[in-house]
Write a protein that binds this ligand. Sequence first.
Ligand code: AMP
Ligand code: ZN
Ligand code: FE
Ligand code: FE
Length: 301
Amino acid sequence: MIDLHCHTTFSDGSLTPAALLDHALNTGVRVLAITDHDTIQAYGAIREQACRRGVVLLCGVEMSTHLEGFERSVHLLGYFPAEPEAAFSDWLLHLQQGRAKRNTELLTRLQQLGLKIEWDEVSALAQRQVGRPHFAQVLLRKGYVATMKEAFTRYLGEGGLAWVERDEPTLASAIENVQSAGGMASLAHPVRISHDRQFVDRVVADHAPLGLEALECFHSEHSEEDVQFMLSLAHKYGLNATGGSDFHGNPKPEVDLGTGRGGNVRVPWYVAEQLARKFSELSASISPERSTALRIADEQS
Ligand code: AMP
Ligand code: ZN
Ligand code: FE
Ligand code: FE
């Protein structure tokens, strides 16, 4: 199996990178990219181990970006065949600073609303980087909300009572940063942008000429019709397809690595072949011969 979208304790997932690698091997994932929010550090933590244990590991990241005139954040995935140059990580630091500022403001908003919530309680849940799911967990634990979803709709999400705008790069500039660092930019879970397919088409049309190279066609939030539409869109604009579960572990227990929500994700093997065509560094590990063997093993599993 292939999974190019998952999170670890380096952002808001509950498994450490090493535990995620174990889980990948146990579930049969052979091509893996960790896409933590705003950081690529998990890659370095397991790169050698993944290589030794026969998992093709890409370096990945998920970034929150801004689209002119659009109120919701648009997620972009960046993929690299190996760790990109330091300039890219330095650029990611700005995103992390924007997140830290957002977190401070978010905490203040919640406190102003009269909720008894302290920074230490939130940060204690995070191993490295605090995200909104950590805030959501505290709200849940304290009985302010009944579900994680309610924490977002009522308080943390766009339009929620404690919603704060975050400094985000534009989608165009994030694409440019990924591309100039030698990576492949893929538009994450496009259904989350909008259910208006014409709008999604326009976003892709506008950004393909700017270096958007792929579309995340396969994702645990995509219906079968969504997958078909995204594939047709990728074809229309000559983009690669990517896909993954968006596994987070405990914060989203219904989504598993490789297979998504109740088996609704199955990333086809040609996605790995497209990656190998894009990144010559991967062509040895995803060579046609090896690829055939892996594909057959994959189909039998
Ligand atoms: P952050 O990067 O801190 O802004 O948090 C983004 C994370 O919050 C992502 O991993 C999403 O999966 C999660 N998230 C966003 N909206 C919701 C929602 N409505 N319900 C549950 N999780 C959400
Ligand atoms: Zn996340
Ligand atoms: Fe996302
Ligand atoms: Fe994600």
